[in-house]
Ligand binder design. Structure first.
Ligand SMILES: [Zn+2]
Length: 214
């Protein structure tokens, strides 16, 4: 049997028509409704090796997590790599709709340990870059092949229409440094989540005060 070529997929429906959920791929969602953050690995499992593990480590048990994982014995990338701006899997979009902060974890080629940051959420990107620098990890914020600036890129489909795309080379994904990497990204996300909670609380107080004056 010939293996379908994912480069021809224009949507999740194309992928689902060619590959079987439960056999070729699986979707895992961990909803943490009290968190404003979602961690997404759209090419998890055997599609981009190591990205599921890193996404899980970042999300731990308190951030929203979405994984689409390749389970095939071979040719996972070829058959299951639905490109990021076509990634419209409905359960994923439903989760992201409620999350103002989104990071998508990907694997890219490269012989050294490096991280390429993209996406439309410039502030979060800078915060993550600072956290990685503090952990002595090399991250590039621009001038690379994965800017992730399309609004339909899955990283930018959260509640604010902007997120961060993180591409990680294989040597980093499979090294002990991956633990430090995940901890640094998680730290940055917990910071923005905490600030978001404070801002939301201040908003509620302002609204309450206005309502009182009426
Ligand atoms: Zn990817």
């Amino acid at each position: 049997m010939t293996v379908p070529d994912a480069r021809g997929y224009r949507s999740f429906a194309d992928l689902a028509a060619a590959q079987h959920r439960g056999r070729d791929f699986e979707i895992e969602i961990r909803r943490r409704p009290s968190s404003p953050v979602a961690v997404v690995a759209p090419h998890g499992g055997r599609i981009e090796d190591g990205t599921s593990e890193i996404a899980r480590a970042i999300a731990a048990d308190d951030l929203n997590l979405y994984l689409l994982e390749g389970l095939r014995p071979s040719l996972n990338y070829r058959a299951l790599h639905l490109t990021s701006h076509c990634f419209d899997e409905p359960e994923c979009l439903e989760l992201l709709r409620h999350c103002p902060f989104v990071v998508a974890i990907h694997g890219c080629a490269g012989r050294d340990q490096r991280v390429l940051l993209g996406g439309l959420d410039v502030a979060l990107k800078e915060r993550i870059a600072a956290a990685l620098a503090a952990a002595s990890l090399v991250a590039f914020g621009d001038d690379h092949a994965f800017p992730g600036l399309r609004p339909d890129n899955v990283c930018n489909r959260g509640a604010r229409g902007q997120g961060v795309q993180i591409e990680i080379t294989h040597p980093l994904r499979r090294s002990i440094e991956a633990v430090r990497f995940a901890a640094a990204v998680r730290g940055a996300l917990l910071e923005v989540a905490a600030r978001h909670a404070v801002d939301a609380g201040a908003d509620r107080l302002t609204h309450a005060a206005r309502a009182d004056r009426r």
